[in-house]
Write a protein that binds this ligand. Structure first.
Ligand code: ADP
Length: 366
């Protein structure tokens, strides 16, 4: 018979993402509706180690659905990675009679969730990260809001680029994943996106800018992923210098494409969650409670083709590595040939979708 849950804990950990608060609210309301008490663990795994938590009643989570950041706060806690820290965390959970945990965060947070699961604390992960870098899920909480924030800002840069016939290179967050960069490049009408998933032909990009300027294009935008921390600023300088030389050589001022650089940095993490992120956070939060109370553990909630479903944390980690090409020997030994084929097909489809989207950007950027 499935374990009877009386009290569960919920935390947000790792990089914050708009919609994390909406997910905590959903977890709280869903659990309370099923007669299960909820403790909000403050500051991720750090709060678990140092016994910092508050009871989350339905009233406590009122007026939280539209908050940005996370009202439970987030932290990176190295102590939790050590056995001693983890044992302290487990002792805190036992002291409060917490029977299970819902951990909202990214891949690091899920590693922590597995560590709890294998030590007898049922734990379910919910993907909350602006980067959309959980391969097993089409969407993560905060991704849509981050992209919306990017295009709001880039639209403002576009206004001034058009007035002054300038180019703006904009660097956006996303860690090792180019999802934010590529999608916002398309949605903001940029001429190029520089992403980790595809090689960047700088010369072709500069030649395109020059050709388009000759054809009369005034404003230009290029979106660059933070995975290339110096590229954006250098590219802006290079385009400015190359087109200045060209303008002087041809005696045509209009060929000069003055180029500026802008790093949106952490602005991308803030702001009230969009409708999509509030819905995703709510559906995922409720599903996480359902899974935990059904006796499941060491899973994450994911979205696939618009449906909320689950997969094993280990499965998700192997998919991440397959996607990035960083699998190490032995990592897939536990899976059957059929399971591996399923994973490989999933990755191939995801990569093909990404490739097509990138090709579409390049075709339309003219
Ligand atoms: P994210 O969840 O956004 O990927 P981090 O990688 O910083 O963010 O991880 C968040 C937290 O999860 C860490 O500060 C740590 O407390 C915990 N964590 C990360 N990796 C591990 C691990 N290998 N084992 C146990 N806990 C981990």
């Amino acid at each position: 018979m499935a374990q009877k849950f009386r009290k569960i804990g919920v935390l947000t950990s790792g990089g914050d993402a708009p919609g994390m608060s909406a997910a905590v609210r959903a977890v709280t309301r869903a659990a309370n509706a099923r007669g299960v008490q909820v403790m909000g663990i403050i500051g991720g795994y750090r709060g678990m180690i140092h016994d910092e938590m508050i009871e989350l009643t339905n009233r406590e989570v009122s007026n939280k659905i539209m908050l940005s950041g996370t009202f439970l706060y987030s932290d990176r806690c190295l102590e939790f990675k050590e056995e001693e820290g983890m044992q302290k965390a487990i002792a805190t959970l036992k002291k409060h009679d917490i029977d299970g945990v819902i951990a909202i965060g990214g891949d690091g947070t899920f590693r922590g969730a597995t560590d709890l699961s294998v030590r007898g604390i049922p734990t379910i992960g919910v993907p909350g990260t602006i980067d959309n870098d959980i391969t097993a899920s089409d969407n993560t909480i905060g991704f849509d809001t981050a992209m919306t924030t990017v295009i709001e800002n880039v639209d403002r840069l576009r206004d001034t680029c058009e007035s002054h016939a300038r180019l703006n290179v904009v660097e956006v967050m996303g860690r090792g994943a180019g999802d934010i960069t590529l999608n916002t490049a398309i949605a903001s009408g940029a001429v190029a996106a520089v992403i980790p998933e595809a090689p960047f032909d700088e010369e072709a990009c500069i030649n395109k800018v020059i050709r388009l300027r000759r054809e009369g294009k005034r404003g230009f935008l290029i979106i660059v992923s933070e995975a290339f921390p110096t590229l954006g600023e250098e590219l802006a300088k290079k385009i400015t210098a190359i087109t200045k030389d060209l303008a002087e050589k041809e005696g045509n001022d209009r060929l000069w494409v003055e180029s500026k650089f802008c790093r949106l940095a952490h602005t991308v993490r803030g702001g009230s969650p969009t409708l999509s992120d509030r819905l995703l956070a709510t559906k995922m939060g409720v599903r996480a409670v359902d899974e935990l109370l059904a006796g499941n553990s060491d899973l994450i909630v994911v979205e696939r083709a618009g449906e909320i479903t689950t997969c094993g944390i280990r499965w998700s980690q192997v998919l991440d590595r397959m996607y990035k090409g960083t699998l190490k020997p032995g990592m897939t030994d536990e899976y059957t040939a059929e399971q591996l084929a399923e994973m490989e097909a999933f990755i191939a489809e995801k990569k093909e979708t990404f490739r097509k989207t990138y090709a579409m950007l390049n075709e339309l950027a003219d």
